[in-house]
Design a protein around this ligand. Sequence first.
Ligand SMILES: Nc1ncnc2c1ncn2[C@@H]1O[C@H](COP(=O)(O)OP(=O)(O)OP(=O)(O)O)[C@@H](O)[C@H]1O
Ligand SMILES: [Mg+2]
Length: 394
Amino acid sequence: MRVILFTGKGGVGKTSVAAATAVRCARAGYRTVVMSTDPAHSLGDSFDIELGSDMTTIEDNLWAHEVSSLHEMQRHWEKLHEYATEVFAAQGLDEVIADEVANPPGMDEIASLMWIKHYAQRDDHDVLIVDCAPTGETLQLLTFPDAAKWWLDKIYPWERRAMRVARPVLQPMMGIPLPSDEVYASLKDLLLDLGGMRNVLTDPKTTSVRIVLNLEKMVVKEAKRAFSYLSLFGYATDAVIVNRILPDELHDELFRKWQRIHKRYEVEVEQSFAGIPILNVPLFDREVVGVKMLERMAKETYGDQDPALRFTTASPQRIDKEGTDYVLSLKVPFVDRSAVDLSRHNGELYVTVGNYRREISLPRVLAKRDTAGATIKDGELRVRFTRAPVAKRQ
Ligand SMILES: Nc1ncnc2c1ncn2[C@@H]1O[C@H](COP(=O)(O)OP(=O)(O)OP(=O)(O)O)[C@@H](O)[C@H]1O
Ligand SMILES: [Mg+2]
């Protein structure tokens, strides 16, 4: 199955382009599902159809739904939620409020991302199109499986063991319920599910991200930031979609001014995303609503190309042999050396860029070597691993 995620700053046209891509895929003969992970669902508005959490048929080969939550997710989450409610209630919170507080924001979005794994496993569709929430939230979400893996490997076994021993002693002293084995088991299932989802999302043969943007300063800036972080976490971006391009033949002074602004950012986008195909979409003379308009948008976006193709196969992460050394290359566009921090521990390489930290499990061939320096060049972080032991480990 092919998975294509659409992300970008609020209001740039993500939902429209996602829906347009879905229409085009279905008409090309792919069994296509389009779903939105944005809790402010507007996919239905785009198709001009009432959508809900049940799958709705839009036309031949095309199904859509606005997801709320997933049964298996709910099952794991229920135990954790019950436990969290108990903890808050034990601290004197009203039970109804405790129940609310125990349901952290973001849970719905995580549940909806879980659908991606669900569809990939069932494999009874050819293409899954995902209309994501605006960039910031989506990035947070996409880093979640990485954090989950860390929890599962590092904290979970230790804490569970400690809790088994300490529970009988601590429970009466603390006055709050301590997590039972059942709660831990649910947590483990949830974390494993997230890990499975990560495998689907970071396989560039299956999943691509397409960044939608408009030619304006703040939008372009956010798109570049998103590209850095997506690359850092190993998600492959295969196209940048520039939406709402003004036609050349404008005579109105106001529009001409806007056109000049757009031209400036057009150059910046070309330079910044070099190597990633850029697809241009004009500003239409009406809203993009209904299948007919979506088909028109798809035609403008993809021309005669198959929208389910991978537009670039460049992978965000690579390992090359150079002489007797190995070099791990990681795309981190728009980041300078001073913004990156590297450390190693127990076969893991930790890369920190801004607020995000990525843990890369090194393959055996690299894990047993020493790190001999890192450079950033052309938007790529290159970490060299050498066989000769160096005096001081990084
Ligand atoms: N190229 C275009 N020409 C004309 N109207 C457009 C174009 N692209 C999008 N629109 C319109 O702009 C509005 C916002 O688009 P859309 O909902 O797709 O953006 P979004 O990025 O999904 O927004 P949000 O961040 O709120 O989810 C819609 O009314 C849509 O019909
Ligand atoms: Mg939207």
